[in-house]
Design a protein around this ligand. Structure first.
Ligand SMILES: *[C@@H]1O[C@H](CO)[C@@H](O)[C@H](O)[C@H]1NC(C)=O
Ligand SMILES: *[C@@H]1O[C@H](CO)[C@@H](O)[C@H](O)[C@H]1NC(C)=O
Ligand SMILES: *[C@@H]1O[C@H](CO)[C@@H](O)[C@H](O)[C@H]1NC(C)=O
Length: 509
């Protein structure tokens, strides 16, 4: 009882103080003797009330039964995003394939911004609508960089004009997302990432380059434009007021993304890093990199014309990425997510390590590779500039193209489907997928018993429950897997799922 009374007294005193402070504040406002003070105090009251509302809405868990004055905030979705794609009229024919891979005419908003009117008819059924950018030649010689840098602001102004002109039924714009005409976005994952941030604050979200040299040249704190980046509405509004002055001041900066970064730096808005945006400043074969994605949603890929086709399943770079995009339709949140597990059977003494990059590829190592190595990319690629073995912005593992005994057997996605509810081995009514990865048979296989035994496997068949986008709002956690092989057939089965508490990815051999 003592404690209770003490507690009551401790609460009562601050409450009394709060009431008297409020009363004196109101008295101050009402009796304000300063001429013209009424408007100012009105503003004060407004700000004070707004502050109270924000506090009470911050206490809510974002559901609809608030009953307060402010409208409940719906989660960010595709319809809140306006895309601004930097394009060129003469190149659209060659680049549109990348944009049309992800663009959904009925569901998405935004424009391709061109340098001039396109010749011929615009493919409006499949491409985003276009606008011709305002003339940017007044900002110095590098007209293309100035024009591209202005796309955030051109998009902002177009959206503001449309809102002023519109029926009022359109969804509010929360984010402007910039990309190049060869950027491939994974839209559901873009939404997952942006949903984490309060769009009513000024944000600049993206990722630096994979290349140390590129970051040294252009800065580590900049979102590289080809990987794409997102600017929240308030940040775009501030940028709109500043951009022309910035373009005058920074007319010597080479690239458009550098100029946007320079301007946001003046506004004090730093880069919020999201490692799922991929500029892909690499050369050669991205297989090693894409097989070891960080535990974060895959948001974008870029430079697919600069690197080799990402998979032998596609003849052209576009075909090759299409297989990944099609798989992503089945379970976007899981795209490229890595899982690893170990296969050991006493009979044949096999100790295998298996790594799956969901929707893309699988690797089978006929020896035990610890988790802390498997999570790093095999260096199948070179840096954009400089010496072939790096450095990169992440650790890599050596890759010896001429030594078949030093690399895993490689499997690439050949088949992907939804698994119907209650299907084999899956919990009833849990949505799931089956993806199959076929061995790349053009590769020479190492002539050692362990490899000869592993070479029996022609297909890795992966069963995985669908991930929920909400999984990306939990602490990041790589998922676990288990293998099954009857010792004779050509199919190694891998089942992915959430790890049990304390479950380890470790070879038991
Ligand atoms: C505003 O609406 C008018 C009439 O519907 C249209 O001609 C004009 O292009 C619109 N302007 C903008 C900026 O959307
Ligand atoms: C698998 O591991 C066991 C225990 O470490 C070892 O005795 C055996 O030789 C290994 N087998 C192969 C094929 O590497
Ligand atoms: C697979 O399931 C998803 C829903 O999870 C659905 O949107 C998609 O159309 C299905 N795809 C196929 C090929 O059946």
């Amino acid at each position: 009882m003592e404690g209770h009374i003490g507690l009551r007294r401790r609460v009562a005193l601050p409450l009394f103080m709060l009431i008297s402070a409020t009363l004196s504040f109101l008295a101050y406002v009402l009796l304000d003797p300063v001429p013209g003070g009424a408007a100012a105090s009105g503003r004060l009251i407004y700000q004070w009330r707004r502050c109270q509302q924000q506090q009470s809405s911050a206490g809510r868990s974002g559901d609809d039964n608030a009953g307060g004055v402010t409208a409940p905030r719906t989660p960010t979705s595709l319809k809140h995003i306006v895309f601004g794609i930097g394009g060129a009229a003469k190149k659209w024919r060659h680049r549109r394939g990348y944009v049309e891979l992800w663009w959904r005419p009925e569901q998405m908003r935004g424009h391709v911004w061109l340098d001039e009117e396109p010749g011929g008819t615009w493919p409006s059924a499949t491409s985003p609508p276009y606008r011709v950018s305002p003339d940017a030649s007044r900002f110095g010689r590098r007209v293309a960089a100035s024009r591209m840098a202005r796309i955030v602001v051109d998009s902002f102004e177009a959206a503001a004009a449309a809102a002023a002109n519109g029926t009022g039924e359109e969804e509010e714009v929360r984010w402007f997302v910039m990309g190049d005409d060869d950027t491939v976005f994974f839209p559901e994952n873009l939404v997952s990432v942006l949903r984490k941030y309060d769009h009513e604050q000024a944000y600049y979200v993206g990722a630096p380059s994979e290349s140390v040299t590129q970051n040294l040249r252009h800065t580590y704190g900049m979102a590289f434009g080809g990987g794409g980046f997102a600017v929240s509405y308030p940040a775009a509004a501030e940028l709109a007021g500043a951009i022309d002055g910035c373009l005058d001041r920074y007319r010597d900066l080479l690239e458009s993304d550098e100029r946007v970064h320079a301007c946001l730096s003046e506004l004090g808005i730093p880069l919020t890093r999201e490692p799922g945006f991929h500029q892909l400043d690499i050369r050669g074969d991205a297989y090693g990199l894409l097989s070891a994605h960080p535990v974060t949603p895959l948001v974008s890929l870029h430079h697919l014309d600069v690197i080799q086709p990402i998979s032998p399943q596609g003849r052209t770079p576009l075909d090759a990425v299409r297989t990944l995009v099609n798989a992503a339709h089945l379970d976007p949140a899981r795209s490229l997510q890595q899982a690893f597990c170990y296969h050991h059977d006493d009979g044949s003494n096999n100790n295998w390590s298996v790594s799956v990059a969901w929707g893309y590829a699988a690797q089978l190592y006929p020896w035990a590779v610890p988790a802390h190595e498997l999570k790093f990319p095999l260096r199948t690629f070179r840096p954009f500039w400089g010496k072939p073995d790096g450095p990169f912005m992440f650790n890599t593992r050596p890759w010896k193209p001429d030594d078949a005994c030093a690399r895993p057997l490689a499997f690439f996605l050949s088949h992907a489907r939804n698994e119907t509810a209650g299907g084999e081995a899956m919990a009833a009514d849990a949505a799931a997928t089956v993806t199959e990865y076929t061995r790349q048979t053009t590769e020479k296989v190492c002539d050692k018993p362990s490899f000869r035994s592993a070479a029996a496997i022609q297909t890795v068949r992966v069963l995985a429950p669908k991930m929920s986008p909400a999984d990306w709002h939990r602490a990041p956690r790589r998922q676990c897997c288990k293998t099954a092989w009857d010792g004779r057939g050509s199919v190694l089965e891998v089942r992915i799922g959430r790890c049990r508490r304390g479950e380890l990815a470790v070879s038991t051999a």
